[in-house]
Design a protein around this ligand. Structure first.
Ligand code: F6R
Length: 608
C-alpha cells in the first residue's frame, strides 16, 4: 500500500507535499515523511504516527525548498517507526526515495550491498533502492535508474530525487499505481489523482514498465529501457469536493449518504426509458454469451461479498453456473478455465494485488475478463478485456459502502444483459427488475432518514464482545458484508452464519444478551428464519431483525426490528445493507474508534 507524492516548481514544496499526502492517507497512515532538496542538500523529516505529527514538526521548524517527495506508509517490512518511515536515503545523503509496493528480492540485494560496505539503518525493502542508486550512479541518473530497475523484482511506484540533479523528479512504475500531474511551471507525481487535484486536472496515468523525468517545465515519458513514449492527457472531470468530507464528520458517513446518487449514476445511463439495458462499453456478443459455460467472479473483501450477490442474479436470470472465489485463493488454485469461461473481477480501487493477479492468471488460461471497478485508468481496468465502471465517485473511507451497493447494481445489469442475450428471461421480467432498480435511490433515501432506531440499537449493543449476523440466501450474503463492516471499524468480534448452520456449531456461542442481527427480507425464507430466531432467543440472544415494511409479525419474535422498504428479493440487498452500514458506523462511533482509518488496515491493498 502506501501513498507517494512529488512536487517540482517554484512554490514551497513542504505544504504541497503535506496537502497531497493528506489525500493519500487512505492508502496507509502509520507514518509519514518528506525529503526536500534545497541548495544542493536533501533534508528528510519523517515520523511514526499520523501525518499531523509531520505537519506539526514542519510548522514548528519549516523546511525550505521547491522540490521534494513525500510518503504515507502502511508497514510491510519493519514495524511503524521513524527509521522505517520513508523517504530512505543513500549513505552519502545525496539520494532520497519513496516507494509503494514490495521489492521481493531485497534480502539478496541487501546482503550484496552490505558486502560492498553499505550500511542499512531500516528494516525496509525500500532502503536497497537508495543504496543501489548510489552504487550504480555514474553521473547519468537516467542510466543509473535503468540499472536499478533491472536489478529489482516486485511491485513498485517510485519517486526519486538526487542532489546532483536538482532540476528533476524521477517517477518509475511497475504494478503499483502512479500518475504525473501536469501543472503550469510546476509538475507533480502521485499515487492517486486526489493528491494533485487542488493544483491540476490534467494527468498522465503511467503503465507498468514506464517512467517519467519530471522537471518544473517539462515532462518526458519513456519505457524503463529509456525508449521515449507519448501518452494522452487524462482530463479529470470529477470535483475535489467529491474527495472531501462536505460537512460530514467522517468520510464513511458521507459515503453512506451518497449511495442514492451513486446508484443513480451507475444505473441510469445504462437503462433506457423503455426498460432496456444498454451496456455499450462491454462487448459480450450473443454468440459469446451463448457459448459461455461457466463464470467465475473473483474479488476480495467487500467486493467479494458483492460477487456473492452477482452469482445469485446471474444464475437466476442468465442460467449460467457461477463460482465466486476470493482472489487470494483463486490465484493459487486450479480453476476450471478455458475459452468458454468468463471471469468477472470486482474491485473498487482497481489496484488490489490479489485481484490483479487473478485477472492475469485468467487471461493466461484463455478466459475473457470483465472488470467491474470504480477507478478509471486503474491497473485492473486497463488489463481487462471489458470494463463496466461503477460511478460511485471517490471512496475514501477504508470501510467500503457505496462501492458495494454500486457493484451489486453493476452485477445486476450484467446478469440482465446476459439473460437477454440468452433469451432466458422475458421482456416483462426485465422490465419489472429494472423498475425496481430505478426505485432503489428513493427507497434508499427512506432508509437513510430512519436513522434514530439504528442509533438506539447501536447504543444497546456497542459494548458487546461478540455480535453475530444470520440470514439465508441473499440475506446470508448481506450478513457477511454487515459483519465485516462491523468488525473492521468497531473492532468487535463478529461472524456471519448461514442461519441453518447455527445448530451445527455456532449456537454454542450464544449466551444471555449476545446480539444477533437477523436478516429476514425474503418471503420464501420467512418461516425458516423465524425458527432460527427462536433458536437463538431460546439461548438468551438479543435479536435485532432487519425486515421488510409491513411485516409486523416479526415484532413478536425479535427484540427490535429495523424496517426497510419493500422491493423484489433480488435487489433487496442494496437496501438491507444500509442499516447494517449505519449500525457499524454508530457502534464504532460510540466506542471512540478512528472510523475512516481503522487500525491495521488501508484502503488500497496493493500487496499480496
Ligand atoms: C472492506 C473493504 C475491503 C475491500 C477489499 C477489496 O470495507 O473495503 O474488504 O473491499 O480490500 O478492495 P477493492 O475493492 O479495492 O479491490
Amino acid at each position: 500500500m502506501c501513498g507517494i507524492i512529488g512536487y517540482i516548481g517554484a512554490k514551497e514544496a513542504s505544504q504541497i507535499l503535506i496537502d497531497g499526502l493528506e489525500k493519500l492517507e487512505y492508502r496507509g497512515y502509520d507514518s509519514a515523511g518528506v525529503a526536500i532538496l534545497n541548495e544542493g542538500k536533501i533534508e528528510v523529516r519523517k515520523f511514526k504516527g499520523r501525518l499531523s505529527v509531520l505537519e506539526e514538526n514542519i510548522k514548528e521548524k519549516p523546511v525550505k525548498g521547491s522540490m521534494g517527495i513525500g510518503h504515507t506508509r502502511w508497514a510491510t517490512h519493519g514495524e511503524p517507526s521513524d527509521v522505517n518511515s520513508h523517504p530512505h536515503k543513500s549513505n552519502d545523503n545525496k539520494i532520497a526515495v519513496v516507494h509503494n509496493g514490495i521489492i521481493e528480492n531485497y534480502m539478496e540485494i541487501k546482503e550484496e550491498l552490505q558486502k560492498l560496505g553499505y550500511s542499512f539503518i531500516s528494516e525496509t525493502d525500500t532502503e536497497v533502492i537508495s543504496h543501489l542508486l548510489d552504487h550504480y550512479y555514474n553521473g547519468d541518473i537516467l542510466d543509473t535508474v535503468k540499472k536499478v530497475i533491472n536489478k529489482i523484482d516486485g511491485a513498485y511506484a517510485l519517486g526519486i530525487i538526487h542532489a546532483d540533479n536538482p532540476d528533476m523528479l524521477i517517477a518509475v512504475k511497475k504494478d503499483s499505481p502512479l500518475i504525473v500531474g501536469i501543472g503550469e511551471d510546476e509538475n507533480f507525481i502521485a499515487s492517486d489523482i486526489p493528491a494533485v487535484l487542488k493544483y491540476t486536472r490534467k494527468v498522465y496515468i503511467l503503465e507498468s514498465g514506464e517512467m517519467a523525468i519530471v522537471k518544473k517545465d517539462s515532462i518526458s515519458l519513456m519505457k524503463t529501457d529509456g525508449t521515449p513514449i507519448t501518452k494522452d492527457i487524462y482530463d479529470v472531470t470529477w470535483d475535489i469536493e467529491a474527495a472531501e468530507k462536505g460537512g460530514y464528520e467522517h468520510f464513511m458517513l458521507k459515503e453512506i449518504y451518497e449511495q442514492p446518487k451513486a446508484i443513480k449514476d451507475t444505473l441510469l445511463p445504462r437503462v433506457s426509458n423503455n426498460g432496456e439495458v444498454k451496456l455499450d462499453s462491454i462487448n459480450l456478443s450473443k454468440e459469446y454469451i451463448k457459448g459461455t459455460k461457466r463464470i467465475y467472479i473473483v474479488a476480495c473483501g467487500t467486493a467479494y461479498h458483492a460477487g456473492l450477490l452477482g452469482k445469485d442474479m446471474i444464475e437466476k436470470y442468465a442460467k449460467i453456473p457461477v463460482i465466486v472465489d476470493v482472489a487470494s485463493e483463486f490465484r493459487y488454485s486450479e480453476p476450471f478455465i478455458d475459452q468458454n469461461t468468463l471471469v468477472i473481477v470486482v474491485s473498487q480501487s482497481g489496484e488490489t494485488a490479489d485481484t490483479l493477479a487473478a485477472l492475469r492468471l485468467s487471461k493466461e488460461k484463455g478466459a475473457r475478463v470483465l472488470a467491474i471497478t470504480n477507478v478509471v485508468g486503474s491497473s485492473i481496468s486497463r488489463e481487462s478485456d471489458d470494463v463496466l465502471y461503477t460511478w460511485a465517485g471517490p471512496e475514501i473511507a477504508v470501510a467500503s459502502t457505496k462501492a458495494y451497493t454500486t457493484q451489486i447494481v453493476a452485477l445486476a445489469l450484467v446478469a440482465l444483459e446476459m439473460a437477454k442475450k440468452k433469451n432466458s428471461i422475458t421482456d416483462e421480467e426485465i422490465n419489472m427488475i429494472i423498475k425496481s432498480l430505478k426505485k432503489l435511490p428513493s427507497r434508499l433515501e427512506e432508509v437513510l432518514s430512519n436513522v434514530e432506531s439504528i442509533k438506539d440499537t447501536a447504543e444497546r449493543i456497542y459494548s458487546s464482545q461478540s455480535i453475530f449476523y444470520i440470514g439465508r440466501g441473499i440475506d446470508y450474503d448481506v450478513s457477511r458484508e454487515g459483519s465485516l463492516k462491523l468488525k473492521e471499524i468497531s473492532y468487535i468480534h463478529s461472524e456471519a452464519i448461514a442461519a441453518g448452520e447455527l445448530k451445527h456449531g455456532t449456537l454454542a456461542l450464544i449466551e444471555e444478551g449476545t446480539p444477533v442481527i437477523a436478516l429476514v427480507t425474503q418471503d420464501k425464507l420467512y418461516d425458516k428464519m423465524l425458527s432460527n430466531i427462536k433458536e437463538v432467543k431460546a439461548r438468551g440472544a438479543y435479536v435485532v431483525a432487519i425486515a421488510k415494511e409491513g411485516n409486523i409479525e416479526i415484532e413478536k419474535s425479535a427484540d427490535r426490528v429495523i424496517f426497510i422498504p419493500k422491493t423484489i428479493d433480488e435487489v433487496s440487498s442494496v437496501l438491507s445493507i444500509v442499516p447494517l452500514q449505519l449500525l457499524s458506523y454508530y457502534v464504532a462511533y460510540k466506542r471512540g474508534c478512528d472510523i475512516d482509518k481503522p487500525k491495521n488496515l488501508a484502503k488500497s491493498v496493493t500487496v499480496e
